[in-house]
Design a protein around this ligand. Sequence first.
Ligand SMILES: [Zn+2]
Length: 183
Amino acid sequence: MSIPLTPRQLLSMKKYVVNRKCTDCGFEVNAPLTKREAAFELFDATELFGPTCVVCGGSKSTGSFTMPMLDEELITAWAQDEGLFVERQDEELILAEGRYLEMILGALDSPLTLLHKKHVLLSALCVIIYDNAVVDGKEWKPNNSLKQRAIDELNKRKELLAQAGDSIMDYIQKVVYPQLSKD
Ligand SMILES: [Zn+2]
């Protein structure tokens, strides 16, 4: 059981911002968001700002918001809740960063993490390997120690990976799976 926050505490947590700019007159409005609201897009711009521009009444607008870096608290919450998303389409791409590796492993090994989310986390490990194996731009220096670490961690979890099946994208499987141990 957690104690409900006071309005003042809640406001002090709202360090992130969502912005809407009217396409017709250029009027901009902002609203504060908590880290959690921003990370998982738990807000509705129409609800926050109303359906139309307060200055000209226009209904066309562009929006933007600050996306926080993920941390252990956010990744743990995401892992245990079917209703939370970090970028609906590309969750594994967002998570496939060296700085998230320890958090990915922690969530993978937690009994509280949902199976579907474990598959996304395994995908993220695969993407780390892929990104550091297929190097098509001259600017991009592969991080071989990170790649090897991800390979080692996947090798420890091959049973889980076998269950993930098609949730790991085909083109990723083709590059990554031959690099894993055979036994
Ligand atoms: Zn306007």
